[in-house]
Design a protein around this ligand. Structure first.
Ligand SMILES: [Zn+2]
Length: 252
């Protein structure tokens, strides 16, 4: 049997209509830039898979395509509805959105303390509308987006459990994947996530996911705004391709 290929799990946040001031760079890509990246994936023969398929590949009940990729969107920004959902539906690409259960229909107010202007998040009716399309999965990103390792074990548990319960009830679907806010995780946090029934969880550590990885600490590859031509990052689409195919892994 061939060794399963490593899986780049791409981490997106918002997908905006137009560029924002430079300090927001890590929070978004522009819609046009995103569409170009999806075209690159398609042309290069990548097949977007789901977390369910990634788990099944680990147990040998699913054979990964030769070039798998997993598309994830943190926080559930409202602009996914117009700038991501129709395009990925058209392409037949599966993707996962991580929701902050107590901020649905509000804004990402946790950035305000750092001096950023909050961005609107998807509402329950918008989520329900997206849910009618089988290409999208919603998973958990805690109740209020705290740094879990800085909370007491009881509070951290409440964040992960409350979010799972609320999302399962609202979405009428099992929630089994967790995205740690800020990629912040400790052994205690990951242990609690497992106890609560999360079977996979993602961090912000850079790298492609491999079968031997701890499923509760899967690394990802962040994708953020790069202008079409940039002195720092070179040509935007090439930068994306480099990140996608990078063999560099930031592992402890
Ligand atoms: Zn987040």
């Amino acid at each position: 049997m061939r060794t399963p290929p490593p899986v780049p799990i791409l981490m997106y946040h918002a997908v905006e209509d137009a560029p924002r001031p430079p300090k927001y760079k890590h929070f978004y890509v522009v819609a046009e830039e995103f569409a170009g990246q999806m075209k690159i994936l398609k042309r290069a023969g990548y097949t977007p898979i789901t977390f369910g398929q990634l788990a099944a590949a680990r147990t040998g009940t699913f054979t990964l395509p030769s070039k798998p990729v997993l598309l994830t969107f943190d926080d559930g920004y409202a602009n996914l509805l117009t700038n991501v959902h129709p395009l990925l539906g058209e392409l037949g690409f599966s993707y996962t959105v991580f929701l902050v259960s107590e901020r649905v229909g509000k804004t990402n107010d946790w950035v305000a303390a750092e001096g950023y202007e909050p961005t609107p998040l998807l509402s329950w009716p918008e989520i329900a509308e997206m849910q009618r399309d089988s290409h999208v999965s919603f998973e958990g990103h805690t109740a209020t987006h705290p740094k879990l390792s800085t909370l007491s074990p009881a509070d951290a548990r409440r964040e992960m459990e409350g979010s799972k319960d609320a999302l399962e009830q609202k979405l009428q679907a099992p929630i089994s994947v967790l995205c740690y806010p800020y990629g912040d995780v400790s052994d205690s946090v990951a242990g609690t996530a497992g106890e609560l029934g999360y079977t996979q969880a993602v961090t912000t550590d850079f790298g492609r996911a491999r079968p031997a990885d701890n499923p509760l600490r899967l690394p990802r590859i962040s994708v953020y705004h790069v202008p079409p031509f940039s002195l720092t990052y070179g040509i935007g689409p090439w930068n994306f391709r480099w990140r996608l195919e990078s063999r560099k892994d930031a592992r402890p």
